[in-house]
Design a protein around this ligand. Structure first.
Ligand SMILES: Cc1cc2nc3c(=O)[nH]c(=O)nc-3n(C[C@H](O)[C@H](O)[C@H](O)COP(=O)(O)O)c2cc1C
Length: 300
């Protein structure tokens, strides 16, 4: 079976992409994972200036998942372009830059720096991070604001623009607004705002009061969002939330996703995304389709 998928003008060798914030800048995993085996890699969120991120502890385990409040720690877009991208672009996988800003102008600044660099396949605008005080999820919560940032980034960019939605907004309204503003694809979705407290002390288990929930616990919730959004827009959807196996990936494709991302699974198995590619190949050999895209929206 042919595993290649098309997201707008972009052709991926297979539909499995490593999710932002769970796979570093990609190259840190090169000694463990065959990066060429992946359909794509979305790098850690990049901001105009380096960000220190949130106070420790930044991660805590929950039943069937994980909370994080990393706060978008990153080296800044310029250091990414000069220090990480030259090594990363040697691989035959689609490199996607995840873009973050505190304001519309800052999103555009990051895109402008990336426009000057070779080797990127697309941008993923993160308008849904729950772990920063200003920017991020603020833009993703309101259709009009989301459309404003997407329209501005569209003007600044010649590359495909994916927009990563928040799961806790009116997701269909935001999806339609960003499609109209020029998004080429939607990434559905980011983590769910959530908290965990120490019952004895009453203290948050994170350095911030709340964080974002990810992992298997969110899979049924986000699967439904993918289904809903895929019926609300015409552009391709990239689904993610709790994917650990090829079967999980197939559920997302059947719900309406064109491609999928693997995130939290990398924390227990750094080779998770490579393994999901192998699982998918295996799973699809038992089916009579010619291309994996034929699975899309196949629900009985
Ligand atoms: C530690 C951590 C850091 C993350 N950092 C980012 C980020 O920088 N940008 C972004 O768009 N999403 C970020 N995410 C969200 C993931 O890319 C993904 O949307 C979410 O975790 C749900 O997928 P999963 O259940 O497979 O992890 C992060 C998630 C985790 C767990």
């Amino acid at each position: 079976m042919d595993l290649s998928v098309r997201i707008g003008t972009l052709l991926l060798s297979n539909p499995v992409i490593a999710a932002s914030g769970t796979f570093g800048y990609g190259i840190e995993f090169a000694h463990l994972v065959d990066l060429n085996s992946l359909g794509g890699i979305v790098v850690k969120g990049l901001s105009a200036k380096p960000m220190e991120g949130a106070p420790a502890p930044r991660l805590c385990e929950t039943s069937g998942g994980m909370l994080n409040a990393v706060g978008l720690q990153n080296i800044g877009v310029r250091a990414f372009v000069s220090e990480k991208l030259p090594e990363l672009r040697k691989y035959r996988t689609a490199i996607v830059a995840n873009v973050f800003g505190h304001s519309v102008a800052e999103y555009c600044d990051v895109v402008q720096v990336l426009e000057g660099a070779d080797g990127l396949a697309a941008y993923e605008l993160n308008i849904s991070c729950p772990n920063v005080d200003c920017g991020g999820a603020e833009f993703g919560a309101e259709p009009a604001l989301a459309a404003e940032v997407v329209a501005a980034a569209r003007k600044a960019s010649r590359r495909p623009l994916w927009v990563k939605l928040a799961p806790n907004a009116d997701v269909r309204a935001v999806a339609r607004a960003v499609e109209a503003a020029g998004a080429d694809a939607l990434t559905v979705a980011n983590t769910y705002p959530a908290m965990s407290l120490d019952a004895r002390t009453g203290r948050s288990r994170l350095g911030r009061l709340s964080g974002g929930l990810s992992g298997p616990a969110i899979k049924p919730l986000t699967l439904r969002l993918v289904y809903e959004v895929s019926r609300a827009v015409r552009i391709p959807i990239i689904g993610l939330g709790g994917i650990q196996t090829g079967e999980d990936a197939v559920e997302y494709l059947r719900a309406g996703a064109t491609a999928i991302q693997v995130g939290t699974a990398h924390f227990s198995d750094p080779k998770a995304s490579e393994r999901v590619v192998g699982d998918l190949r295996h799973h699809c050999n038992d089916l009579t389709y010619h291309n994996i895209s034929e699975l899309r929206s196949h629900i009985e």
